[in-house]
Design a protein around this ligand. Structure first.
Ligand code: UFG
Length: 337
C-alpha cells in the first residue's frame, strides 16, 4: 500500500513511518513542522534506507492537499496531525477545534474525491473522560474534560458517520494510552517544544540536568501509592499497532475502535523508580498539588486489539525507560544539533 502519514514528522508519526516501511509499504509524509523538526526526515532516511517523500504543508490547506492527492496515488491515510496540548486547548479552544477538525474534514473530502477509502485516526484514551472503572473497554461511555479531548471525540463521531454514509470507507480509531520510549537506535524520539507537559520527557530532562527536579502532581489519589496511574506503552509497540490497523482497514469496511495500551497501570512513582533502576540515575522530585483535569487511574483492556488485530504490546517498562533515556542522552537538544 501507499500510505499518507499526516503529522508523520512527529513523535508517534515518525516511529510509525519506520515500522510501515519495514512492513513493506510505501509512505509519504505531510507535515507543517509546527511541532516537529525537519531533521527527523534525515533520521528516517538513515533508519529506513529510503528517501521518504515529504510535503511541507498544512493538512487543512485544501488546495495543497488536493495537489498532493493528485500527484500521489494513495491507498490509505493515517492521520496523526493535530494539536495535542491539553492545557493549551483550554486556553485556545477555537484554535484547537478549527485545526483538528478542519484537517480531518479536508482529508475526508479529498479522499472521497480521489477514491481513497482506508483511514486510521490517532484518537486518545482521553475520550473516556473520568472513567467509571478500569480497565477501559472500547464500548464504555465517553465524555471529555477539555477541548483537546473533545476534538478527538468529535472526530471519532465524524468518521463514524462518514462510514455509515459511504459503505466503501474503512476507518480504524486508535485510542492511545501513554506512549513513551523511543526507537532503539536512539536516532528518533520525543522532542517537545519548551518545558514538557508529559511525564517521561520531563524525567529525561531532569536526568540530563536541563530541569532541576520533577514535580509529582498529587500523592493523595486512591491508588497504591497515592500518585496517578497510567498505561505507559512503548512508542515502537504503538507504531506496530498502526501497521496492523491499516492492514485491518484494507480488509474491513465500516468503523472499528481499538485501545492501544498494555493493560498494566503504573503510578508516577513507579515510573520514577523504574527509570532510576533501568538507567542508574537519580531523579529528584517534590510532591506538588494535583494538576487540573488529571484523573486517578487510566489503563486499557487491550483484549480487542489482540483478538481482532493480532497485536499486543511486547516491550517492558524497563525497555521504555532505557530507550527514552538513550534518545535524550544521545540528543541532549533533541533534533537541534
Ligand atoms: N505527571 C507528573 N508530573 C509531570 C507530568 C506528569 O506528576 O511533570 C503525572 C500526571 O499527573 C499523570 C502522569 O504523570 O498522573 C502522566 O501524565 P502525562 O502528562 O504524561 O500524561 P496524561 O495521562 O496526563 O495525558 C496523556 C496525553 C494526553 C492524552 C492522555 C490520554 O498527554 O494527550 O494521555 O489519557 F489525552
Amino acid at each position: 500500500m501507499k500510505i499518507l502519514l499526516t503529522g508523520g514528522a512527529g513523535f508517534i508519526g515518525s516511529h510509525t513511518c519506520v515500522e510501515i516501511v519495514e512492513a513493506g509499504h510505501d509512505v509519504v509524509i505531510a507535515d507543517d513542522l509546527s511541532n516537529s523538526k525537519p531533521a527527523v526526515l534525515d533520521r528516517l532516511k538513515e533508519l529506513t534506507g529510503k528517501e521518504i517523500p515529504f510535503y511541507h504543508i498544512d493538512v487543512a490547506d485544501r488546495q495543497k492537499v488536493d495537489e498532493m492527492f493528485a500527484k500521489e496515488n494513495f491507498d490509505a491515510v493515517i492521520h496523526f496531525a493535530g494539536f495535542k496540548a491539553v492545557g493549551e486547548s483550554v486556553a485556545k479552544p477555537v484554535m484547537y477545534y478549527r485545526n483538528n477538525i478542519d484537517t480531518t474534514l479536508t482529508l475526508l473530502e479529498t479522499m472521497a474525491k480521489y477514491n481513497v477509502n482506508n483511514f486510521v485516526f490517532s484518537s486518545s484514551a482521553t475520550v473516556y473522560g473520568v472513567p467509571e472503572r478500569v480497565p477501559l473497554v472500547e464500548g464504555m461511555k465517553t465524555g471529555c474534560t477539555n477541548p483537546y479531548g473533545w476534538t478527538k471525540l468529535m472526530i471519532e463521531q465524524i468518521l463514524t458517520d462518514a462510514t455509515v454514509a459511504n459503505k466503501e470507507l474503512s476507518v480504524v480509531l486508535l485510542r492511545y494510552f501513554n506512549p513513551i520510549g523511543a526507537h532503539e537506535s536512539g536516532r528518533i524520539g520525543e522532542d517537545p517544544t519548551g518545558i514538557p507537559n508529559n511525564l517521561l520527557p520531563y524525567i529525561t530532562q531532569v536526568a540530563i540536568g536541563k530541569l532541576p527536579q520533577l514535580g509529582v502532581f498529587g500523592d493523595d489519589y486512591p491508588t497504591h501509592d497515592g500518585t496517578g496511574v497510567r498505561d505507559y506503552i512503548h512508542v515502537v509497540d504503538l507504531a506496530k499497532g498502526h501497521v496492523k490497523a491499516i492492514e485491518y482497514a484494507a480488509e474491513h469496511k465500516g468503523t472499528e475502535i481499538f485501545n492501544l495500551g498494555t493493560g498494566t497501570g503504573y503510578s508516577v512513582l513507579d515510573i520514577v523508580k523504574a527509570f532510576e533502576k533501568a538507567n542508574n540515575i537519580e531523579i529528584p522530585y517534590v510532591i506538588k498539588p494535583r494538576r487540573d483535569g488529571d484523573i486517578a487511574e487510566c489503563y486499557a483492556d487491550p483484549v480487542k486489539a489482540k483478538e481482532k488485530l493480532g497485536w499486543q504490546a511486547e516491550k517492558s517498562l524497563e525497555e521504555m525507560c532505557r530507550d527514552s533515556w538513550r534518545w535524550q542522552f544521545n540528543n541532549p537538544k533533541g533534533y537541534d544539533e
